[in-house]
Design a protein around this ligand. Structure first.
Ligand code: ZN
Length: 213
């Protein structure tokens, strides 16, 4: 048996859960660790319960505190499960159930897709419980804001932009320009507007941007 440093306290309702994604924790993750030296880590070395998948994603994070690791893990999960997450952009549960794929080669997809979407969404949306070591709660020092949109808590607005641009084949520069103009709180409107100009020329986009208020 190996020894771990400073395992954080785990609330009863979270026992057996991965601190990153709430799936069953069959592993642990310690930060900082020997393969990534952090000279200005704001917290003591600590260990969180974790699933094997999140542990291996977390081990690749080159950041300076556990909350940044959490953000990196969410980004990795988003990239890995982007197809599952896209189900929710392209379908409602009802549409999918009535899509008429029965008997065809898509029947399996139709059966499992919504479930896969819900699992991926729950893992992305889950936020680790407060970190308590020896009865003392550590102050969360994140530095970057997560971005909530349409039921998904993205690690940051960058991931939301990337996810939508990829799914709808949008021009990400154009989407950013629109957001800069109307504000990130109008994300839905920005995406709709951007979708109107798929295939438009740079001139048409520049003109549209000018007229946008
Ligand atoms: Zn996990």
């Amino acid at each position: 048996m190996s020894t771990y440093d400073n395992v954080i306290e785990v609330p009863f309702k979270n026992r057996h859960q991965c601190w990153f994604c709430a799936e069953p924790a069959d592993s642990q993750f310690t930060f900082p660790h020997q393969h990534h030296l952090v000279f200005d880590c704001p917290h003591p070395t600590l260990t969180v319960p974790s699933c094997a998948e999140c542990s291996s994603m977390a081990a690749k994070a080159r950041v300076r505190n556990i909350w940044h690791v959490e953000q990196q893990v969410k980004m990795s999960l988003m990239r890995k499960y982007k197809k599952d997450l896209a189900i929710g952009l392209n379908w409602t549960q009802e549409e999918l159930a009535n899509a008429g794929f029965e008997g065809g080669s898509f029947e399996g997809f139709q059966r499992s897709a919504w479930f896969m979407y819900e699992v991926a969404k729950a893992r992305i949306n889950f936020r680790g419980w407060p970190i308590v070591l020896d009865g003392i709660e550590l102050e969360k020092d994140i530095g970057a804001e997560s971005f909530n949109f349409d039921g998904i808590c993205y690690p940051s607005i960058e991931e939301a932009i990337e996810h939508y641009c990829e799914n709808f084949t949008l021009d990400s520069t154009f989407l950013r320009q629109i957001l800069a103009k109307i504000g990130s709180d109008k994300f839905a409107r920005a995406v709709r507007f951007c979708r109107l100009y798929i295939g438009a020329t740079p001139n048409e986009k520049a003109k549209a941007l000018q007229e946008l208020s």
